[in-house]
Ligand binder design. Structure first.
Ligand code: NAP
Length: 244
């Protein structure tokens, strides 16, 4: 029977690459989006045109009622949820001393509390089935910290901590929780970086290039597979050697 995955922030970037790859591998895919209405509809159409089982749901990961409605819709459409990929996220570059309390809060609400809402909502359907997988998209900055991205780094470090602790808590229920910590991946998130900053980041990456969204999606596909059933609580780097 086909497995079902919810992917947050799936209209663009890494989430979109995951939606395309998982759909092509026979998963029923719930594409979550928030602001990218046109891109989400276009992705939904293009995957449906290929005969894939996909559904679309607009929800802000910061809103628990919206996430609960998304999970209910996914169950109604596909019957069960086997996998959640917590991918939605925002980035911002700011000196720590210039960060406003609102900017801090928006970062934590989106990148950390969003993971809490989606994971808790989905787990309520996974626990009784004694089966499921959660994949969180963290970041190398959650591992080593980024100057001028203290709030982003703190939220991603929180995602790593959440992953490890939850893996211990739900392991006895046969649910695996892992995270992927991407290095520098060429998506819209990198758009605000100057050519000079990008060159510097490439120079710090042993493989001397940025990763692609497809390379992150390939790691997620492996973690989602039965071959990864004995892997839980881990932080998998897809980073070109940036963090070793
Ligand atoms: P991206 O192209 O900017 O995509 C970000 C995605 O997050 C969009 O699909 C966006 O959806 C969604 N999103 C943002 N706020 C949301 C909200 N409140 N509710 C629901 N969805 C929301 O960036 P990306 O590079 O693919 O990033 C994906 C994940 O990878 C993020 O968690 C990011 O932190 C992480 N990551 C990226 C890199 C990198 O170098 N690119 C490195 C490490 C980790 P809408 O457009 O529909 O609003």
């Amino acid at each position: 029977m086909a497995k079902t995955v919810i992917i947050t922030g799936a209209a663009r970037g890494i989430g979109r690459a995951c939606a395309e790859l998982f759909a092509a591998h026979g998963y029923q895919v719930l594409i979550n989006y928030y602001r990218s209405v046109e891109a989400a509809k276009e992705l939904h159409h293009s995957l449906q045109a290929k005969g894939y089982q996909v559904a679309l749901f607009q929800a802000d990961v910061r809103s628990r009622p919206q996430i609960d409605r998304m999970v209910a819709y996914c169950l109604q459409e596909f019957g069960a949820i086997d996998l959640l990929i917590n991918n939605a996220g925002i980035a911002q570059t700011r000196l720590f001393v210039d960060l406003s309390a609102d900017e801090w809060q928006e970062m934590i609400d989106t990148n950390l509390t969003g993971v809490f809402h989606c994971t808790q909502s989905v787990l309520r359907t996974m626990l009784p089935r004694h089966q499921g997988k959660i994949i969180n998209i963290a970041s190398i900055w959650g591992q080593v910290g980024a100057s001028c991205e203290v709030h982003y780094s703190a939220a991603k470090a929180g995602v790593i901590g959440l992953t490890k602790a939850l893996a211990k808590e739900v392991g006895p229920s046969n649910i695996q929780v892992n995270c992927i910590a991407p290095g520098i991946i060429e998506t819209d998130m990198m758009a605000s970086f100057t050519a000079k900053e990008k060159t510097a980041l490439k120079e710090q990456t042993p493989l001397e290039r940025f990763g692609t969204a497809e390379e992150v999606a390939a790691c997620a596909l492996f973690l989602a597979s039965d071959a990864a059933d004995f892997i839980t609580g881990q932080v998998i780097g897809v980073n070109g050697g940036f963090v070793i």
